[in-house]
Unconditional design. Structure first.
Lengths: 366, 258
């Protein structure tokens, strides 16, 4: 069955629309959201398409704000539903309180952030400026989201399934951290199979107390410090277990003397940098973290032993580079190349940076 | 209910009042004389009488009643400050056959959660919103609420609420009654046994309307706060009658056209 559906013809779709279609096919029970550029196509697509799918009972509701959206997600997730929301940077900031509650109450759900340039109202152009917020918690208290960073329209669709699978496995909110370009650009995509994600039992959900069980309570309030510490220890143990879910991919790292590290759209650009560099005889490789939380510290540390230096490339002022430096522990120099505010480095610009550092390194060594 | 107790001298006593089955056997943490426990009792009595324990899901946000789930033996969700009606919306939309209510204080419903309150009612979400209005922030120690009366002394209006600085007390129930999504809107109290009986009738009606998918039912309970008001429970009842009810008149604000 899966093979047959997978054999579907590839379609040309926008990233946002491919993600929305994948959500329908993942049998979400509900979507709650509020329009914001550059991701409004997600709610528009769902509002347009869901009524045409007679076999789907998906709730799609436009809320009065992102604050309301994330709390509707909390309620629905607590009631056992497969539920998601989507927004872009300023709207995701508004959701941080709710996300902290969701993480503490251990509710599985999906939050999509199609990142735009900030800070403030910023710009509607693509950015990776929300890396810190996504991977380090984001709201108050000690918690983590599971964070997946797509780099293609195909992954915008596929990661909906992966995110729900992980969220439900760990009873933890998951985030797809994309950017405005991935949301808006059109690419070939083979959509995941409709109904290809079976529902998991949620005996803890508030579905109405029956005689055969105690009442279920969804809460993040543990007023006794001893209790609150226990909850925290449980969360930390869960995050430890999540480390086994770390994913990354590598391009030409076998003989690489220079390593690029980049995620999402930046990784797509860096693939081109690897090709351009190798044409010139520079042995460049690329590591692309697919999960940003958990982060591939160990693999980056291993590669650091084999390369001359590392260049971290992002569409921000340097956020993931802090994790790369943590992984490398000073074994080799780690440089950063980034542009902000919706500007994107070209492959040529990045290659020039590689060459300039390479030259400087050689001068130092001579 | 209806159990008989046989005394040593042979007298048979009939039990006429007891704790509702759906209320847990746990002492309330509420201050002596506070209206919360009475409203909890009323809600759970109705859940028992309508036999809807397995269908009812409650939402209790930040405020004195955030621990309502310690007392109500039904499935419940605790919510962030002000967000109870959004959380209730999320639950009801995915479980439309269940009966959902939120239980919110004045700061929660009429200050930080005003947008959620108005829009939930405006969508006609098929839920019951119970709004406890005691004109003060009880849990945080007696600060001014959106419903604090002019001149009323609180820890953040130590010289009495100055309406030129802090605005007027918000009659949000009157506002809500204007919205087409509201089906049944009433203002009740629990300051004497007759009032408690009236509240119980209103709660019963609200759950019945929800079973018929009629839209939002909204019940304000004008209540007291002996600790926050710095009065004895008896003094709070006098204050309710003489000061609170004239500003927040009891009675129905919107009743269904039968």
């Amino acid at each position: 069955m899966e093979k047959e559906l997978r054999a579907e013809e590839p379609r040309l779709m926008k990233g946002n629309e491919a993600l929305a279609e994948a959500a329908i096919r993942a049998d979400i029970d509900a979507y709650f959201g509020y329009p914001i550029t550059p991701q409004s196509e997600i709610i528009e697509y769902l509002m347009r398409e869901v009524p045409n799918r007679k076999d789907k009972k998906t709730v799609v509701l436009q809320a009065e704000s992102e604050v309301a959206s994330i709390n509707m997600v909390y309620g629905a997730a607590g009631a056992g539903a497969r539920v998601m929301t989507s927004s872009s940077s300023p709207g995701i900031s508004l959701m941080q309180e709710g996300l902290s509650y969701i993480a503490s109450a251990q509710l599985p759900c999906l939050v999509v952030n199609v990142v735009r340039g900030g800070p403030g109202l910023g710009t509607i152009q693509p950015s990776q400026g929300d890396y810190f917020q996504a991977t380090k918690g984001g709201g108050h208290g000690d918690y983590h989201l599971i964070v997946l960073a797509p780099a293609s329209v195909q992954e915008m669709a596929d990661f909906v399934f992966d995110a729900f699978r992980l969220a439900e496995k760990y009873r933890n909110p998951a985030m797809i951290l994309a950017d405005g370009a991935l949301g808006q650009m059109m690419e070939k995509v083979v959509l995941p199979p409709d109904g290809g994600l079976p529902k998991t039992p949620k005996p803890w959900a508030t579905t109405g107390k029956t005689k055969d069980r105690e009442h279920n309570v969804i809460t993040s309030l543990f007023i006794q410090p001893e209790e609150m510490e226990k909850v925290n220890l449980h969360l930390q143990k869960k995050y430890e277990e999540m480390q086994s879910e770390v994913r990354w991919e590598e391009f030409q790292t076998d003989d690489a003397e220079i390593l690029l590290v980049a995620f999402g759209l930046s990784a797509r650009i860096c693939q081109k940098v690897v090709d351009l560099g190798r044409e010139k005889g520079i042995k460049i490789g690329l590591l692309r973290p697919i999960t940003l939380y958990p982060f591939p510290y160990k693999r980056i540390a291993e590669l650091a032993d084999k390369v001359e230096f590392i260049l971290d490339v992002e569409m921000n002022a340097g956020q993931m580079v802090e994790d790369v430096r943590l992984a490398v522990e000073g074994k080799v120099p780690v440089y950063f190349k980034g542009r902000m505010g919706g500007m994107i480095s070209t492959p040529e610009e990045i290659l020039q940076e590689v060459e300039a550092i390479h030259e400087k390194q050689n001068v130092l060594h001579d | 209910m209806n159990e008989k107790l046989l005394l040593e001298d042979g007298t048979e006593l009939e039990q006429v009042f007891c704790r509702p089955d759906t209320l847990t056997d746990v002492p309330y943490h509420y201050c002596p004389g506070c209206g919360h426990s009475v409203v909890h009792n009323v809600l759970m009595e109705v859940v028992d009488e309508l036999d809807i324990q397995d269908k009812t899901i409650g939402v209790a946000p930040v405020g004195c009643s955030v621990f309502a789930y310690h007392y109500m033996n039904i499935d419940m969700q605790e919510a962030a400050h002000g967000r109870a009606s959004a959380v209730a919306t999320g639950i009801k939309r995915v479980l439309p056959d269940k009966l959902v209510f939120s239980y919110q204080g004045d700061g929660d419903l009429a200050a930080i959660g005003t947008a959620e309150t108005i829009h939930t009612v405006n969508r006609g979400e098929n839920i019951l919103i119970v709004f406890i209005n005691n004109g003060i922030y009880g849990m945080t120690g007696g600060q001014m609420a959106p419903t604090t009366l002019p001149g009323m002394v609180t820890s953040t209006s130590p010289y009495g609420r100055d309406v030129h600085m802090s605005g007027y007390p918000l009659k949000i129930t009157d506002l809500v009654a204007q919205l087409p999504g509201a089906y049944f809107v009433t203002r009740q109290s629990v300051h004497n046994p007759n009032a408690v009986r009236k509240l119980k009738k209103a709660v019963t009606k609200a759950f019945e309307y929800q079973m018929q998918n009629k839209g939002t039912c909204f019940i304000e309970v004008v209540s007291n706060c002996p600790s926050g008001w710095k009065m004895t429970p008896v003094e709070t009842i006098k204050y309710l009658e003489e000061v609170m009810f004239p500003y927040y008149p009891l009675g129905d604000l919107k009743v269904p056209k039968e």
